[in-house]
Design a protein around this ligand. Structure first.
Ligand code: FES
Length: 165
């Protein structure tokens, strides 16, 4: 879809908040992700022009943060922790269960993540960065399907509450 003129006005206002334009990199990447659901190569190129830097530097920043997506992710991102507390509480089985349940489903992306700071709720997941746990595969699928049906309102993957695309 790409940036609109309205987005460009917002981007200018964001850049003007900072003494150095490059400091606006993250909010501009989030703006792009809110727009398209992921950060497209075209968005990275335009952000580079706005900030007087190179697309490679924008890509380098974008690839550092796992919350910034560099490919389409569908409506829901399901992040499954398999770090130590979740590892010993069947997190890997949960990950396998969700991956096989949603394999080929372009609306749902299941990803493995490191500790999401919900160790007391292990195994823990996030659905568009909303926390759930402890959950098994059945409980997680039930929650995911509530989002899909609209019974639960998802955040965007950038964390705003406008609802999933
Ligand atoms: S180890 Fe899974 S949330 Fe911390």
């Amino acid at each position: 879809m790409g940036f609109t003129d309205e987005d460009r006005v917002r981007a200018r206002a964001i850049i003007d908040r900072y003494p150095h334009a490059k400091s606006a990199m993250l909010p501009l990447l989030l703006l792009a992700q809110d727009r398209d659901g992921w950060v497209t190569p075209e968005a990275m190129e335009e952000i580079a022009v706005w900030l007087g830097t190179t697309p490679a530097l924008v890509l380098g920043t974008c690839s550092f943060y796992t919350m910034l997506k560099r490919e389409p992710v569908g409506d829901l991102v399901v992040s499954v922790c398999t770090n130590i507390a979740c590892l010993v509480n069947r997190g890997p089985e949960l990950l396998d269960g969700l991956r096989s349940r949603y394999e080929g489903d372009t609306a749902i992306m299941v990803e493995e993540v490191e500790c999401i700071a919900a160790c007391d709720r292990a195994p823990a997941i996030q659905i568009n960065y909303e926390y759930y746990g402890p959950v098994d595969t059945t409980a997680a699928v039930d929650i995911i399907e509530q989002y899909r049906s609209g019974a639960l309102q998802a955040r965007t993957i950038s964390g705003s509450s406008r609802g999933a695309k």
